[in-house]
Design a protein around this ligand. Structure first.
Ligand SMILES: Cc1ncc(COP(=O)(O)O)c(C=O)c1O
Length: 342
């Protein structure tokens, strides 16, 4: 049976073109600073986003954690959205690496508003932790791939400036926000002091993330990358995959978005499933399960018909479209699921 893997956009395998680009890469020793393909990737990404500098790292988690550590001040407070990746899936990173207290703010669709930031800045006195940093996530994974409203981000930036707070973006799926809204990558990251972006999600590279910022920020993150054990040697082979992904795979994200929309609309016709279609703005579909059934039961039966998904809570699961699932695969998946439940 043909397996349709909708667990995550991280499950993609490098295409033939990407593997060819990797094999042909010129490499050096990036710890010694002379891998030409890593340098090319960093400069390509900096230009793409209109920022001074970029730094190549092995993972999105490391990129977020280093960026937040460098941006923040130890023993102060970080404001994050309750469902964000930085807090829910990066172990206790901000507490361990940066010695931060985390204040989780609850939102409807992943956006911490300027008003919320303003209201949550602590008074400056001897009792209270100092609020020094804010982190946002665009698109927002646990809210269903929602795109953060750019006008509100700009308001948040103003509040951060006024109160001298650093503003970080987990932009693992910033490419999806760009394709969904048409807002340029440059405009999407302009309000932020630091940004992490991933090559290994929708863009289909096997490994790799980058931190974006100014030269001074990159220099500090570069030192932290060594401390975290994330400095790599002939990483030009991986950078070549990233360059290939950036040059070939950004526009194709619109297919992933259409496929997610198709899955969401079709599956919402099944009584057992509840899907908030207004959240399906990009490549993620979150499905709430009714009738007393659990995610575990549903996932087992989907597995039995060759469809892989991940749990997103006791009665909720997630589907993600990506380069390695076609519109035909999505039609096939809907057919198999309707046979089980419709
Ligand atoms: C929104 C978001 N940020 C960061 C990450 C971390 O990326 P990595 O798995 O490369 O550490 C992920 C991973 O899925 C993610 O979804």
């Amino acid at each position: 049976m043909h397996i349709i893997d909708l667990r995550s956009d991280t499950v993609t395998r490098p295409s033939k073109g990407m593997l060819d680009a990797m094999i042909k890469a010129e490499v050096g020793d990036d710890v010694l600073g002379d891998d030409p393909t890593v340098l090319e990737l960093e400069s390509y990404v900096a230009d793409l986003f209109g920022v001074e500098a970029a730094l190549f790292l092995p993972s999105g988690t490391m990129a977020n954690q280093i960026a937040i550590k460098v941006l923040s001040v130890p023993e102060t407070e970080l404001l994050c959205e309750r469902e964000c990746h930085v807090v829910n899936y990066e172990v206790a990173g901000p507490a361990v690496h940066a010695r931060l207290l985390i204040n989780l703010l609850t939102t409807e669709r992943g956006m911490i508003t300027a008003k919320m930031v303003e209201e949550n800045i602590r008074p400056i006195n001897v009792h209270c932790p100092l609020t020094k940093t804010v982190s946002l996530e665009n698109t927002h994974n646990r809210h269903g791939g929602t795109v953060l409203p750019q006008d509100e981000i700009i308001k948040v930036q103003k509040v951060c400036k006024k109160h001298n707070l650093g503003l970080h973006l987990d932009g693992a799926r910033i490419w999806n926000a760009h394709i969904a809204t048409g807002t340029s990558l440059t405009d999407l990251v302009k309000p932020f002091d630091s940004v992490s972006v991933c090559l290994s999600k929708g863009l289909g590279a096997p490994v790799g993330s980058l931190i974006l910022g100014d030269q001074e920020f990159r220099k500090k993150c570069h030192r932290q990358r060594k401390l975290f054990g994330g400095a790599m040697r002939q990483s030009g082979y991986l950078a070549a995959a990233g360059l290939f992904a950036l040059k070939n795979n950004i526009d194709g994200l619109k297919n992933d978005h259409q496929n997610a929309r198709f899955l969401a609309e079709e599956l919402s016709q099944i009584e057992l499933f509840k899907i908030d279609l207004s959240r399906v703005e990009t490549n993620i579909v979150i499905i709430d399960i009714g009738q007393g059934k659990t995610a575990e039961e549903i996932i087992d039966s989907l597995n039995s018909v060759g469809i892989k998904v991940v749990p997103f809570g006791p009665t909720r699961f997630r589907m993600v479209t990506h380069l390695d699932v076609s519109s035909e695969d999505c039609k096939e998946a809907v057919g198999r699921i309707k046979k089980l439940y419709a």
